[in-house]
Design a protein around this ligand. Structure first.
Ligand code: NAI
Ligand code: MG
Length: 348
């Protein structure tokens, strides 16, 4: 029997509630589809930092390398400096493991009320560049306490970094509706994002069968709301993709609905699968967090591992559960976090 080794990192806040529920779904679907999962759970994150002064142990990355994938919640706590979680955990894993694609699908869930009036079916994928751009954290603060204080962050866009994520986006479009919209702001960021446009356009020329257009970030935020049905694959920079994916979550009906994968397409390193949102400390510890995005992330993980039938099975079970009205508080329902996992497992 095929076995997958999964590193489970619930992280902080609601991660400790939704990750175990998502893992229960994973175990149930594995049993049904004839493969097995072995896992180890790591208590890394801001809580770990409070005890140990770091988000993960020094050998943490090395440890993760021996797993087929990482199933992650999110990191961050109100009592910990919030400049640390991304720097010391999330970006660390994403960059060290060359997870240069952040795959963040957006779609309609049956039975879930959306904030948009459109009845049209929405189904697109945000492909966010995940290792460079605006989030390289190259910069400094100069004399921050003085009246001449300043803070500088530099964005870095490399040919290699743009090409590889663009190739991924165009190949993905071929498996979908054959369209890539790349998001930019090259009318004002005339160096970095003009280069982004140029390299993407060069890559696009190698995919003449795929429709390609570009849209400014400001227009694209409006279009997510006014005409989301025009998108198929949305190729964005790191910062724009971060923002657009929360908007994508909102368009679906809640941040809690978004699943994602931090993907190393070459499979040289494990990929990491997590919901699009954070640790939601405002609702943690109440068993009310919406786990659908975390469960969807399990399906994205199985798809990456090649268990396509099991991944599809999870998606069908999710759809059945939301259509039956198994909805958490953020969706106007009264189901608990564990009620949702129970329903999804029943519907597998
Ligand atoms: P957040 O995404 O945690 O929460 C934003 C709002 O959405 C909150 O009102 C929350 O209750 C709600 N929400 C989020 N997920 C939900 C779910 N599954 N079910 C129901 N409601 C949900 O963002 P926020 O508040 O800006 O950040 C909180 C912490 O999370 C911070 O420390 C931040 O740095 C961290 N964070 C970590 C991420 C990661 O580890 N990848 C990503 C984003 C934020
Ligand atoms: Mg985000």
């Amino acid at each position: 029997m095929k076995n997958y080794k999964i590193a489970v990192v619930p992280g902080d806040g609601i991660g400790n509630e939704i990750v175990p529920e998502g893992y229960r779904v994973l175990e149930a679907v594995a049993e049904k589809h004839g493969f097995s999962i072995t896992s180890e759970t790591f208590d890394w994150g801001a809580g770990y930092y409070l005890k140990n002064g770091k988000f993960l142990p020094d050998e943490g990355l090395e440890t993760l390398k021996s797993y087929d994938a990482v199933y992650f919640g999110s990191v961050g706590l109100p009592e910990v400096d919030d400049t640390l979680p991304a720097k010391d955990y999330t970006f660390k894993v994403r960059t060290n493991f060359n997870q240069y694609v952040n795959y963040r699908p957006v779609r309609t869930y049956p039975g879930v009320q959306r904030p948009l009036r459109t009845e049209k079916h929405i189904d697109f994928v945000i492909v966010r560049e995940n290792t460079e751009g605006e989030f390289v954290q190259v910069g400094s603060q100069y004399l921050p306490d003085s009246e001449n204080g300043m803070g500088i962050d530099t964005s870095i866009f490399t040919r290699k970094g743009i090409e590889r994520v663009a190739h991924y986006a165009f190949k993905l479009a071929r498996k979908r509706r054959n369209k890539v919209t790349h998001i930019t702001k090259s009318n004002t960021l005339i160096n970095s994002l003009s280069y982004w446009d140029r390299v993407i356009t060069e890559v696009a020329a190698q995919y003449p069968d795929v429709e390609h257009d570009q849209m400014y970030i400001d227009n694209s935020t409006a279009s997510f709301v006014l005409k989301p049905e025009v998108f198929d694959v949305v190729l964005t920079t790191n910062l724009f993709g971060d923002i657009l994916s929360d908007l994508g979550g909102a368009v679906m009906g809640s941040l809690g609905l978004g699943g994602s994968g931090n993907i190393n397409p070459e499979k040289d390193f494990p990929s990491m699968f997590e919901p699009i949102h954070g640790s939601a400390p405002d609702i943690a510890g109440q068993n009310i967090a919406n786990p659908y995005g975390q469960i969807w992330s399990a399906a994205i993980m199985l798809e990456h591992l090649g268990e396509i039938d099991a991944a599809n099975n999870i998606m069908e079970a999710i759809d059945k559960s939301t259509s039956e009205g198994v909805l958490t508080k953020d969706l106007g329902g009264s189901a608990s976090t564990s009620d949702v996992a129970d329903a999804v497992i029943k519907n597998l």
